[in-house]
Design a protein around this ligand. Structure first.
Ligand SMILES: Nc1nc2c(ncn2[C@@H]2O[C@H](COP(=O)(O)OP(=O)(O)OP(=O)(O)O)[C@@H](O)[C@H]2O)c(=O)[nH]1
Ligand SMILES: [Mg+2]
Length: 245
């Protein structure tokens, strides 16, 4: 079987300090292409991305993290990716683990892999604030119940998707904000794509996190709302956000 084309996408916003470190740790021989989408950063993210030789796509104005991912996935599909890995350029997730993140999809075992900080059991030690840990664990229990999964967390930014999944899931109609990450999981569960998890260490430091307590509450509320929409869709077929094409 031909080797699968692996493309790493990095949704970036003001990532100048952490982008070189993130890039340096990517196992180069393993990855076919790296695409950086800049969401109108105010710093030198674009210049640094170009200096590093990445394919850089620039949003003229700041559209948000979800909108950034939409551009990332569309570009990766256009470039012929078989497997797309989202890696945050804020150095929060360990790029050296890419082969582990990709393997279950390469082996045809699933269409989505989530890098789990909870499976690695070092979330608090790695600096995750207690309220985020508590929110993560509580929301995960609810998400598992509603979506019928047995995942350890849904809130990771380290994810791999197969091309088939990205072609079939209507991610373009999702939120332009952070809740995009939950919406895409709801959509892939609704289409019965399977998910596997791979442990990844937790890293928190100043540049790796822009989500404070009030934005976390907003994020949690948005997730609960999307889960409610999923329950409504299951019960009545009515789609309040686009769950199936
Ligand atoms: N496109 C876009 N990307 C953003 C924006 N804010 C943050 N990002 C990027 O999205 C990624 C995640 O943002 P973070 O603020 O680190 O949030 P998080 O990692 O999900 O959550 P915590 O680390 O727990 O705070 C980073 O790589 C940022 O570069 C934004 O307004 N627009
Ligand atoms: Mg972060």
């Amino acid at each position: 079987m031909a080797k699968k084309k692996i493309i790493v996408v990095m949704p970036a916003y003001n990532a100048e300090k952490t982008l070189p470190k993130t890039y340096n740790d990517i196992p180069k021989g393993f990855v076919d292409e790296i695409i950086l989408v800049d969401d109108a950063s105010k710093d030198r993210t674009v210049e640094i991305g170009k200096e590093l030789g990445l394919k850089v796509v620039v949003h003229k104005q700041n559209l948000g993290y979800g909108a950034n991912q939409k551009t990332c996935y569309k570009e990766a599909i256009t470039e012929g990716a078989d497997i797309v890995v989202m890696l945050h350029p804020d150095y929060q997730y360990d790029p050296t683990l890419l082969p582990h993140i990709v393997k279950p999809i390469e082996d045809g075992k699933c269409d989505c892999v989530l890098g789990s900080r909870i499976l690695a059991k070092d979330a608090i030690k790695g600096g995750m604030p207690w309220y985020k840990y508590f929110g993560n664990r509580t929301l995960t229990i609810i998400e598992n119940l509603v979506l019928g999964q047995k995942l350890s967390e849904y809130h990771t930014g380290y994810r791999a998707y197969s091309r088939e999944l990205l072609e079939k899931v209507p991610f373009e109609s999702n939120s332009n904000n952070f809740v995009f990450d939950t919406e895409i999981i709801i959509q892939l569960v609704a289409q019965k794509f399977s998910i596997k998890e791979s442990p990844v260490p937790t890293r928190y430091f100043k540049e790796a996190s822009s989500i404070d307590f009030s934005r976390s509450v907003e994020y949690g509320t948005a997730i609960l709302l999307r889960l409610t929409y999923y329950v409504i869709w299951k019960a009545s077929g009515i789609q309040i956000f686009r769950i199936r094409p």
